[in-house]
Design a protein. Structure first.
Length: 252
């Protein structure tokens, strides 16, 4: 029996990157998946590739959009067992360089989006069988970068928000676990966009890989495998944890 057989998952940012890889892995493991994304064209295209996958338009920065998408998932499939808050953006800029507009946008998507996801996830999951909330943070939520002021702030906050949600749900007896995942450099469209906008893209990519003790960047499917573990009953005693998958970066 596949380890997510009979489970229902809602995945944000499921049109690309780690969210897309998680949707693929979840359907392979037997789950019914609802892909939530602001990118309708990409999300619908992704769902056509996977069995038992449907799409819901979702702007993670909007409380009303979250309510509509979450309630639609419940109406169609019943209360989800799994929520993956994977939608995110990256902004390059030091404390002197980052604009207030970019700061607010980065926190709105990465932090507010996760906050709203957890809030609505708890709302719909506590009425069902409980389940697992998985929040995508980053190694940038653990260690700082001189030019990642907004991204560091958002991902660091996701790390501690996750622990607060985990403790609240445990105290309430909801049967809902909440954990964060902290990837290093992952070959996704987000990373490609960051590299493309650097002064020397080839040099930037080489430096990123060289900074990883294992000597390469991660693949999205490798991160999806860890997410699948946290979504499954195999991790039934894991909550409030930060799961690092960075090729050894934070070990240095």
């Amino acid at each position: 029996m596949r380890r997510l057989e009979g489970k229902v998952a809602l995945i944000t940012g499921g049109a690309s990157g780690i969210g897309l890889a998680a949707a693929r892995r979840f359907t392979e493991e037997g789950a019914t998946v609802v892909v939530g994304d602001i990118n309708r064209e990409g999300g619908e295209a992704a769902c056509r590739r996977f069995p038992r996958a449907t799409f819901e338009t979702l702007d993670v920065t909007s409380d009303e959009s979250w309510r509509r998408a979450a309630d639609a998932a419940v109406a169609r499939h019943g209360a989800p067992d799994i929520l993956v808050n994977s939608a995110g953006i990256a902004t390059i800029g030091s404390i002197e360089d980052v604009s207030l507009e970019d700061w607010r946008r980065t926190l709105a998507v990465n932090l507010d989006g996760t906050f709203l996801g957890c809030r609505h996830g708890v709302r719909i999951m506590k009425a069902g069988r409980g389940g697992s909330i998985i929040n995508m943070s980053s190694v940038s939520g653990i260690i700082g970068g001189h030019n990642l002021a907004a991204y560091n702030a958002a991902k660091g906050a996701v790390r501690l928000l996750t622990k607060s949600v985990a403790l609240h749900c445990a105290r309430k007896g909801y049967g809902i676990r909440c954990n964060s995942v902290h990837p290093g450099f992952v070959e996704t469209p987000m990373l490609a966009d960051v590299v493309r906008h650097s002064r020397n893209p080839d040099d930037a990519r080489a430096k990123l890989s060289a900074s990883v003790p294992l000597g390469r960047n991660a693949q999205a499917d490798e991160v999806a495998a860890l997410i699948a573990y946290l979504a499954s009953d195999e991790s039934a005693f894991v909550t409030g944890s930060e799961m690092v998958i960075d090729g050894g970066v934070t070990a240095m």
